[in-house]
Design a protein around this ligand. Structure first.
Ligand code: AMP
Ligand code: GLY
Length: 439
């Protein structure tokens, strides 16, 4: 099978690494890819992932058998629909299906209509009405922009003042914030369950736990995710069965009842308390960095499974898992999730790999040495094929360092040894990834 992967973050690097192990794989392309992904796929940087027509043309020209879409934006932008129209198969929910992430109002109304457990909520398009409602309900309370806001559209307000300010801040999200959801605050512990589905059958993957806040102890601003581990013990067998029967299956059935066949990865962000799970949010794609801990534990052929999702033949398939634990620590640029420097040389990737780490590139690029401030000393870095070129930082989240081991304790100890040998100026990472599970 010729495969085209859309995206270039850490999640897509993990997908590329796993897809590349499949005996079914023929030619492999990525748009735009990354310095990490190019170890597995030919990367094409001059096509935008939001240009559906150009992506369809590329897929046709290269006789692509399956397009795998990583990020949410092209899904919400209807890439799967454009591919379907052109007769190209994809592991990607359609635009209608992607509304489950693209519109929080759509997701909340769907859950309410079909009795899927989630926080109580109201929808507003009027600032004063929202504020009146918030005064009535009082804090803590949660304010969410309806549309995509790069993970920043949610404010968990601990005081009434914060909540009222949050309503005003929603206009910063433009059209995404023109309608808002005001939601009951849920206490508990969060976990992510990703699942593969063909619109009929749904198979959950092992549960993971993300760390969304930028600093240790879950302090500071929300980020795209600072680290993850799997399996997450908070999702025990009982919770896992509940998530499958009361959340995942009913959601796929609800979408079908609304005329939507959901094919791809459905991500359920959960809040778990007193043995019960409720939905915090749905995403229409794999999680980042959850993918970087879930896929290293998957023993089955991911490409075969994704193809079965696209074909509608997932029924009867099983996924087998390693008994190990995996942990991923995100190394971020100093300042992230606010402003940060770019083009800082990265050293030590080769050393970390020699210690057994998997390094997933989230925000890196290769530049000529004269363009980079300080010369890179890590000459043996596997990504530096070109002489006089250096691997440098190019994003907020820079690298995901993943380690697997028979126990979570061992995986955590080892991953931090690997993180410590990687250097770039101002590098920031959390030192307490998986600490909650270890406690
Ligand atoms: P979301 O983008 O909807 O996942 O929200 C981002 C983060 O905000 C979640 O991971 C939770 O930590 C928090 N959050 C969202 N909704 C709620 C809620 N109703 N109660 C408590 N925390 C929430
Ligand atoms: N790790 C959170 C997300 O992928 O949305």
């Amino acid at each position: 099978m010729n495969v085209l992967l859309i995206g270039g973050g850490g999640r897509e690097h993990a997908l590329a690494w796993k897809i590349a192990q499949s005996p079914l794989l023929g030619k492999f392309f990525a748009i735009p890819g990354s310095p990490g992904i190019k170890d597995f796929a030919e990367c094409v940087e001059d096509i935008s992932i939001n240009d559906n027509a150009a992506l369809v043309t590329f897929a046709k020209e290269r006789a692509i058998d399956l397009v795998v879409v990583g990020p949410e934006a092209p899904l919400v932008n209807g890439l799967a629909d454009a591919l379907n129209t052109a007769g190209i198969k994809s592991f990607a929910p359609t635009k209608d299906a992607a509304q489950i992430e693209g519109s929080k109002i759509f997701a909340k109304r769907l859950m309410k209509k079909y009795g899927i457990p989630t926080a109580d909520f109201e929808v507003f398009d009027n600032v004063d009405a929202a504020k009146d409602y918030i005064r009535k309900k009082n804090a803590p309370i949660v304010i969410k922009a309806d549309g995509l806001a790069a993970g920043k559209g949610v404010i968990v307000a601990q005081t009434l003042d914060e909540a009222l300010n949050a309503v005003d801040e929603m206009k910063n999200f433009g059209a995404a914030g023109s309608k808002i959801v005001v939601e009951e605050f849920m206490a508990g512990e969060e976990a992510s369950v990703l699942a593969l589905t063909d619109g009929e059958t749904i198979i959950p993957l092992i549960a993971a736990q993300d760390h969304k806040r930028v600093n240790d102890g879950d302090e500071g601003l929300n980020t795209g995710g600072m680290g993850a581990y799997a399996p997450a013990p908070i999702v025990d067998d009982k919770i896992a069965a509940q998530v499958e029967e009361k959340i995942l299956k009913p959601t796929i059935a609800a979408l079908k009842a609304e005329g939507i066949i959901y094919r791809g990865c459905l991500y359920a962000g959960l809040m778990i308390k007193d043995g019960a799970a409720k939905v915090v949010e749905f995403n229409c794609r794999f999680g980042d960095p959850e993918t970087q801990v879930v896929l290293p534990l998957m023993e089955s052929d991911l490409l075969e499974l994704m193809n079965a999702c696209a074909d509608g033949t997932l029924s009867g398939k099983k996924i087998s898992w390693s008994k190990d634990s995996a942990v991923c620590v995100i190394m971020a640029s100093g300042g992230y999730p606010k402003t940060y420097k770019k083009n800082l040389p990265i050293d030590g990737v080769t050393k970390a790999k020699a210690l057994g780490a998997m390094i997933f590139h989230a925000g890196t690029k290769i530049i000529r040495n004269e363009e980079c401030a300080i010369s890179n000393e890590d000459e043996n870095n596997s990504s530096l094929y070109i002489s006089n070129c250096s691997l440098v930082t190019s994003g907020g989240r820079v690298l995901g360092v993943t380690m697997t081991a028979p126990t979570l304790r061992e995986a955590v100890d080892k991953v931090y040894k690997c993180v410590e040998v990687i250097h770039f100026d101002d590098a920031h990472y959390r030192k307490d990834i998986a600490a909650r599970a270890l406690r």
